[in-house]
Write a protein that binds this ligand. Structure first.
Ligand SMILES: *[C@@H]1O[C@H](CO)[C@@H](O)[C@H](O)[C@H]1NC(C)=O
Ligand SMILES: *[C@@H]1O[C@H](CO)[C@@H](O)[C@H](O)[C@H]1NC(C)=O
Ligand SMILES: *[C@@H]1O[C@H](CO)[C@@H](O)[C@H](O)[C@H]1NC(C)=O
Ligand SMILES: *[C@@H]1O[C@H](CO)[C@@H](O)[C@H](O)[C@H]1NC(C)=O
Ligand SMILES: *[C@@H]1O[C@H](CO)[C@@H](O)[C@H](O)[C@H]1NC(C)=O
Ligand SMILES: *[C@@H]1O[C@H](CO)[C@@H](O)[C@H](O)[C@H]1NC(C)=O
Length: 203
């Protein structure tokens, strides 16, 4: 089994902030496992994230690593995302207080909805298009792969007019990426990034 170098990716511009925020949700560290598979034999002494990112140019978010989970904070909103490697234990309330601004997510995420057309692009850049199961404003998503998925029915377009159906659709995904607002019932699994408001070239 290949062991990844402990090289840290250094990220220095705010422009990559949104991509970085998405990355920890989606990218599985390469420690000899297949992508999208869960750990089957948990080793409490093992570092499941040998390849670490460092934030050296962003003031509004932070990442800290533990052996089997990482903590991503949006420090402007004071939201904490506890990202636990699938198949390993989620830190309990003694370790991480369970507040209404703490969101627990198992990674890698394999089943997500994007309310924002912008997040679709980042997810595809990370090579995680297969995790996209639902999109909003689907007519505005330029990705040919997502459009093909919508046609085949492997990706659903979120319902706009029937809120009951929309709630049912949202129940089927593990995480929701949004630029504005949170759908009812998805408070525990929505990640908001505001790249569409960013005045930089990112927008
Ligand atoms: C952020 O969250 C921490 C822990 O819940 C809390 O102590 C602090 O007051 C919060 N800060 C803001 C600005 O909301
Ligand atoms: C929480 O996890 C820690 C470390 O695994 C353990 O020592 C502690 O007993 C756990 N607490 C509860 C309430 O389960
Ligand atoms: C979280 O809980 C605090 C107090 O318990 C409350 O003031 C705040 O409005 C809640 N925030 C959300 C997003 O529900
Ligand atoms: C809305 O969706 C629900 C759940 O799928 C369905 O039962 C209901 O008939 C739909 N309402 C309308 C007006 O289409
Ligand atoms: C969010 O998580 C909290 C704590 O696990 C739970 O009490 C609450 O019902 C959840 N809310 C939703 C909308 O799932
Ligand atoms: C933090 O949350 C705010 C409000 O939801 C959002 O506008 C911002 O983009 C988030 N920060 C990052 C780095 O995504």
């Amino acid at each position: 089994m290949a062991v990844q170098n402990k090289s840290a990716s250094r990220l220095s511009t705010k422009a990559v902030a949104a991509i970085l925020l998405l990355t920890p949700f989606l990218v599985l560290p390469t420690y000899g496992q297949q992508d999208s598979t869960c750990v089957t034999t948990y080793d409490p002494t093992k570092d499941y994230f040998p390849d670490k990112s460092e934030v050296d140019g962003g003031a509004l978010f932070s990442i800290t690593y533990n052996l089997n989970y990482k903590i991503l904070k949006n420090t402007s909103l004071n939201t904490t995302y506890v990202l636990t490697q699938c198949g390993t234990p989620i830190p309990n309330a003694t370790i991480i207080p369970q507040t209404n601004t703490t969101i627990f997510i198992q990674i890698p995420v394999t089943n997500l909805a994007s309310l924002a057309t912008t997040a679709v692009s980042y997810i595809e850049m990370l090579g995680k298009q297969a995790a996209i199961k639902a999109v909003d404003t689907e007519g505005l998503v330029s990705s040919p792969c997502v459009q093909a998925g919508l046609e085949k029915g492997t990706i659903i377009g979120l319902e706009d007019s029937n809120s009951t159906l929309r709630v049912e659709q949202m129940k089927k995904v593990d995480i929701v990426f949004s630029s504005y607002g949170v759908d009812p019932g998805t408070e525990n699994k929505t990640v908001i990034t505001s790249e569409v408001e960013d005045p930089s070239p990112l927008n």
